[in-house]
Design a protein around this ligand. Structure first.
Ligand SMILES: Cc1cc2nc3c(=O)[nH]c(=O)nc-3n(C[C@H](O)[C@H](O)[C@H](O)COP(=O)(O)O)c2cc1C
Length: 180
């Protein structure tokens, strides 16, 4: 089994596309990315190192049936996951958002993952500088940094690949160190 599990929620597919990019860069150490609405909690718990991605929908929320994802998404999956003790899990987060249209709640959804996972005992790695983004407010900023990689592929497509590669370079060793 691969060492790093990659899971995402999505509505229009961009977060899936990013997961695929990451899997390609990571190669053999990463499993095939899967949508959280197609897996069981046990499928995710099989990994101690995880990359989890989410877009933001609604009023700064996680994707869900309520925000229009027919089969459900993070909002439905997260409580099931966090009913488990996640201590020992090392998790890197990435979030998709739109800083032009939603600069007052930019990538807020990623914070929902962060706070629930942390409360369940997970170690979160992979914070990311806020330089290069323009927004007025984001719950995803903690202690002056994003709590994971933020990608605004709609407004800044030209820097996406560089951001993804730079972030993976940073988190790969932290994720692989989980069994060291
Ligand atoms: C109805 C709607 C609400 C959104 N709300 C937010 C938001 O509050 N904050 C944000 O940063 N982006 C918001 N976005 C932007 C999406 O998060 C962004 O387009 C993302 O790339 C979509 O990812 P997906 O293609 O994986 O579904 C919203 C988009 C839509 C269509």
């Amino acid at each position: 089994m691969a060492e790093i599990g990659i899971f995402f929620g999505t509505d229009s597919g961009t977060t899936r596309l990013m997961a695929k990019k990451m899997a390609k860069i990571l190669g053999d150490v990463a499993a095939k990315p899967l949508n959280v609405n197609r897996i069981s909690v046990e499928d995710m718990l099989a990994y101690d190192a995880l990359i989890l991605g989410t877009p933001t929908y609604g009023e700064g929320l996680l994707p869900s049936q309520t925000t229009g994802v027919k089969d459900g998404s993070w909002e439905e999956f997260l409580p099931q996951l966090c009913a488990h003790d996640l201590s020992g899990k090392v998790i890197a987060l990435y979030g998709l958002g739109d800083q032009n249209k939603y600069g007052h709640r930019f990538a807020n959804g990623m914070f929902e993952l962060y706070s629930a996972l942390k409360q369940a005992g997970a170690t979160i790695v992979g914070d990311w500088p806020t330089e290069g983004y323009e927004f007025s407010e984001s719950r995803a900023v903690v202690d002056g940094k994003f709590i994971g990689l933020v990608i605004d592929h709609g407004n800044q497509p030209l820097v996406t690949d560089e951001r993804v590669a730079g972030w993976l370079e940073q988190v790969k060793s932290e994720l692989l160190a989980v069994h060291a």
